[in-house]
Design a protein around this ligand. Sequence first.
Ligand code: HEC
Length: 139
Amino acid sequence: MTNAQKWVSLFLGLFIVLFILGRLTKSEEEFDENFDYYEETDSNAEKPDGLSLMNTIGCVSCHGADLKGTGLGPSLYTAKEYWGRQRLIAYLRNPSAYDGDERFDSYKSQYKSIMPSYSNIDVEKLGIIADYILSLEGK
Ligand code: HEC
């Protein structure tokens, strides 16, 4: 064998070894068709419901866990008599713009706190909350 022939066979041997190694490692990372890639991004994922949003935001600390009022805020069961959906959302975003009503005068003497404004909360969430408040039945 000449020197050139030795080099050629060395490279050929190396090439074959690398080729086989490449085959072996590739088979391990093949696409797993049984794996559910869509599980985490289900578009039907549940929307938050009104009451749990009100718990998270803290409405219940003044209006009560049952929303029937505390010394800090009135019951929300009568709200549907005064509010439509859009006005209620607007009220939640800026309550002080709506305190002309005489109902609010008596609220002021009755409750030791004021209704905070929630303009920092996503309007879609306020809509879910408004729907929930307007759906409350009973006293
Ligand atoms: C710091 C206490 C406090 C918190 C927290 C609070 N409220 Fe109020 N809320 C009040 C008070 C007090 C009033 C009575 C009006 C006033 O004095 O401004 C009121 C009034 C209301 C009214 C009008 C009731 C009516 O009879 O028209 C609604 C609706 C309402 N709150 C919903 C909410 C929602 C929804 C949240 C949470 C996103 C919330 N409140 C958080 C204290 C609070």
